[in-house]
Design a protein around this ligand. Sequence first.
Ligand code: HEC
Ligand code: HEC
Length: 246
Amino acid sequence: MRHTSATVKRRTAAGAALAVAGLLTACGPVRVAGGGQVAQPLHVVEHNAIDFHTDEALLPSKVPQAGHGREVYSRKVNGKSCAGCHGDQGQPSVAGAPDFSQPDWIRSKTPLELEQFLRTGPGHDYGVTLTLQERWDVVCWCRHLAVNMDEVRETATGRFGKNCNVCHGNKGFGNGFLAPTMQPLPRNLTDFPTWGIHRSDQEIYDNIWYGVHWSAMPPWRGTLQPQEVWQIVDFIRAQQYAPPEN
Ligand code: HEC
Ligand code: HEC
């Protein structure tokens, strides 16, 4: 596929790997709250080196804005607004449309798939009538209809801080205090253009539930309840979008 093809690059910089291995050995294996363990240096596989090649021209030029998305959602384009079919609060008035007011519909979609649907999907075709940024902003608003981002930030901040902070940092930037000892590095979970748009909620959930093999990312099943993991997924998403300003 032209827009989303993913290729995996293995770095050959043995020097860098050795330097990190040295660091890891110096610190010894680090145990974390989830019962996970930092991968042994010999088994390092660089998951972080997954390179997503997205057509630059499809990336949002700034963080998608829910507030502006709301305005796009109620704007009439060719005589009809999104709200006209999908409902002010996301409950559709036309047959076949998903219920945006429920989180379920959005879980299996990557943000890029939604933007693509708006651009070229049957009956949508907003490739010309909306700008690229407007399409991203309205994707962000649809998400906010499904999961209120302000509430999410409040409930999950503490849980993320307690369990994920040491590696991913408080806000998810991937800069926790243990991060420098790891290869691959903890993911920057706020990075929308090169990571977030390519992952569905379900995929993010699975990564947290099962952990990531050959990396320091531990599985959280057994430590966190499914409901708690979903809250964290929603928290991660909320870090990738700008909330609706009042
Ligand atoms: C004329 C009615 C109508 C309008 C206007 C309309 N939609 Fe839809 N939309 C639908 C229907 C019907 C579906 C389900 C069709 C399908 O999945 O092929 C749908 C599906 C969707 C989906 C789901 C895609 C998926 O992969 O499941 C999204 C997202 C969406 N619309 C967003 C929007 C946005 C944003 C706007 C305004 C910019 C909009 N729609 C305007 C009727 C409409
Ligand atoms: C001991 C360190 C450590 C802890 C604690 C940790 N992570 Fe990770 N995490 C990592 C590393 C390292 C990676 C990179 C793996 C890779 O490159 O694929 C990662 C990757 C991820 C990914 C991205 C997977 C992908 O590539 O799509 C998600 C999502 C994630 N972590 C969420 C969490 C959450 C949520 C928590 C807390 C509940 C958490 N992590 C706790 C080290 C950690």
